[in-house]
Design a protein around this ligand. Sequence first.
Ligand code: C5P
Length: 224
Amino acid sequence: MKKIIIAIDGYSACGKSTTAKKVAAALNYRYIDSGAMYRAVTLYFLDQFVELTNPKAVEDALKNIEIDFRFNEKKGRSDTYLNGLNVEDEIRTMRVSQIVSQVSALPAVRRAMVAQQQRMGKQRGIVMDGRDIGTAVFPDAEVKVFMTADITIRAYRRQQELLEKGEMFDLDEIIENLKSRDYIDTHRSESPLVQAPDAYFLDTSFLTIDEQVEYVLQLATSKI
Ligand code: C5P
């Protein structure tokens, strides 16, 4: 059977990663959360006080960053590792969410992450979610989906996720964070968030995760 690349892009908190994970499991493909990579870089920059306005400091810091994913048997999920340390929980905190889009907008950061993501997809058989997967990382992906959803619904979903991890935030605060990330992601100079011309548009506001998974799987089956 032919191995393909499935690119799932879109706004924050639309259900991209939950859908991508399930699609990958159904096809026995590898799932890569590209947002986790930008979050790991952000965590490193925060912890090491890397000045975002200093290009040399950014370049030097990037040389010291190694990101990989390892399966966590206990939790049944793939965890993000930064320089050998499991940072899966830490990268999902608001501390990181508040600055990740500024870090991701830096051209040097994008170049480093895109190169690593392209290496990960060399063998194909991969589902990757993010903001620029179908446009910049894998413009030749066989299946491209662009997801959006109503902002309040997205914020509510994110609020529930944060609550499950013990972080409590007002809906308004989460809406502000999502809007500000969307704005930076769509307005940056390098590979901004935009729907690829050949991507299928999916509004997930009133869809269940199973319906989203089914939609992507049907697209994939037609290409395999
Ligand atoms: O997907 P997630 O919301 O975890 O991504 C966190 C942030 O990483 C996004 O808001 C965006 O700024 C950045 N990102 C990106 N390009 C990607 C994936 C994520 O710029 N391919």
